[in-house]
Design a binder for this molecule. Structure first.
Ligand code: ADP
Ligand code: MG
Length: 497
């Protein structure tokens, strides 16, 4: 039987506020244990929580960026459970009425050698506080409790069960990560736990409408772990069902050392938590003016840029989504296109679009690969946007071929070449200019044809491969510098004659 995978993600983004969600204690990472926990975080008797306005601003920012509804009145609830790192005996969260409802996010990913894109629907996003931390290691053989993290503001962002593979789930997590960093509401530091995902995974036979029983894998704090945990879980569930077993609803943990998930506890139902509105906190009322003030402070949004890239530059949805996955990448790409338009003003809309497409290919291709290989962020790229722009212009105006451009790019990269004209200087000093002189190419083509009678014969017998071999010979003879289009045209003409 063929199984369909169904995934919904719950993501906790730690909000980049200076103080906690209901107290004035600091939120800075890495402080000595219990030095950033005030009486409210310690749950001393008689203390009262006070909502941090900055955390609400963050929630509104996200809501606006995903096209969600901002609840004019939402409610904080107590989620009751016992844990040593939760001194109050409950977590303040939002339950029935969250601050953000609905919304969607565009995602793009590669899978099975194909480019995919789709829209993931969001269910809700709600504000809540984080718990403290139990320290089991290096603590005199005992467990210590650090309450610095208690009361840290979190936005929990929940999707509909819209994703159908681990790759897709990772694409969503990356898009959301890029967005919260873009909006400045989360530092995105996954090692420090500022952005972590719970993956809800189930399988069902293709064609079945009813969802299968899910398990929930908690606290995945890297994209790689997210992908591997889901892949493992999918295999486990399918094997279980095919062996006649049944998936039970439970919470599981991913162990990266063994690359497997393990049962942690059977899943609580909502009613186990005895949610009720927190009597210490009034409802959170957000007036329209507040929403508008936040809207006015937003940077250009990825969704807006994405549409502009499609409408104005004629990019595909996949390209536009990939290029707007992070603000730095989007800015870089936009600067490449803008600079190209300055160097070589396009005569028509088609020409402008071909420039944009070429820029997109370079940013998503060679540049992304080099950044990835050397572990560098795009804003620290050794090849700047203006430099790349000139390089792409030199391919488009026929000065160099795409293949030679790669060589120039690598030289610019490894030499950390300075100056916007770096590409021109490297092309000049290394003598990489394309040979576009028809006479010169023709002479080489004639020599190659004379020296390769077998290939000529094969071509005439209908073997296309032989043609490519002849092109290759000409390119070799010119050290890759012949204009490939001219080589093609000349060869075809001569072979036909
Ligand atoms: P909770 O986990 O807190 O009980 P929900 O029941 O609302 O909350 O579901 C949380 C997440 O699980 C959502 O992202 C939802 O899309 C996803 N989900 C719910 N049912 C399934 C299912 N059968 N398979 C996969 N994901 C599911
Ligand atoms: Mg859950």
């Amino acid at each position: 039987m063929k199984w369909e995978v169904v995934i919904g993600l719950e993501t906790h983004a730690q909000l980049a506020t200076r103080s906690k969600i209901f107290s004035g204690a600091a939120t800075a990472f890495g402080a000595a244990p219990n030095t950033q926990a005030c009486p409210v975080d310690l749950a001393l008797p008689g203390v009262l929580p006070v909502m941090n306005r900055a955390a609400v601003d963050c929630a509104i920012r996200l809501g606006l960026a995903i096209g969600a509804d901002i609840a004019p009145r939402s409610v904080f609830a107590r989620k009751n459970y016992f844990y040593p790192d939760l001194p109050k005996g409950y977590q303040i969260s939002q339950y029935e009425i969250p601050v953000v409802m609905g919304g969607s996010l565009a995602i793009a990913w590669d899978e099975g050698g194909e480019q995919h894109e789709k829209t993931v629907h969001l269910t809700r996003a709600h504000l809540e506080e984080d718990a403290g931390k139990s320290l089991h290691e290096d603590f005199h053989g005992m467990t210590g409790i650090d309450l610095n993290r208690a009361g840290t503001p979190l936005l929990e962002i929940v999707t509909e069960p819209d994703m159908r593979s681990a790759k897709e789930a990772v694409a969503y997590a990356k898009a959301l990560h890029g967005l919260v960093v873009w909006l400045g509401i989360c530092d995105g530091n996954m090692q420090e736990g500022s952005f972590r995902c719970d993956a809800n995974v189930s399988v069902r036979p293709f064609g079945e409408e009813k969802l299968g029983t899910r398990s929930e894998i908690k606290n995945l704090n890297s994209f790689r772990f997210l992908e591997r945990a889901i892949d493992y879980e999918v295999r486990r569930q399918i094997e279980l069902i095919e062996d006649g077993g049944k998936v039970v609803q439970e919470t599981r943990l991913y162990d990266p050392d063994r690359d497997e998930t393990r049962s942690m506890r059977s899943k609580e139902d909502a009613h186990d938590y005895r949610y009720f509105p927190d009597p210490d906190l009034p409802p959170l009322v957000i007036a329209p003016e507040w929403v508008e003030a936040v809207r006015g402070s937003l940077p250009p949004l990825p969704a807006t840029l994405r549409m502009r890239f499609v409408d104005e530059y004629g990019l595909s949805g996949y390209d536009a989504t990939t290029l707007t996955a992070s603000r730095d990448v989007a800015d870089y790409f936009d600067k490449v296109v803008g600079t190209m338009a300055g160097i070589a003003p396009a005569a028509s809309q088609d020409a402008a679009r071909s420039q944009a497409k070429a820029a997109a290919n370079w940013v998503m291709g060679d540049l992304a690969a080099a950044l990835n290989r050397d572990g560098i962020d795009v804003d620290a790229s050794p090849v700047g946007a203006e430099q790349l722009a000139l390089l792409v212009c030199r391919i488009q105006d026929g000065t160099i071929s795409g293949k030679i451009a790669r060589e120039v790019f690598q030289a610019m990269w490894s030499e950390r070449a300075a100056g916007d004209d770096a590409a021109d200087r490297i092309i000049e000093s290394r003598g990489l200019k394309q040979i576009s002189d028809t006479g010169a190419i023709e002479a080489i083509v004639d020599t190659v044809l004379a020296a390769n009678p077998k290939s000529v014969e094969e071509f005439r017998a209908g073997k296309d491969k032989a043609f490519n071999a002849l092109v290759g010979q000409v390119m070799k003879a010119t050290k890759g510098k012949a204009n490939p289009q001219q080589v093609n045209d000349l060869l075809r003409r001569k072979l036909a004659g």
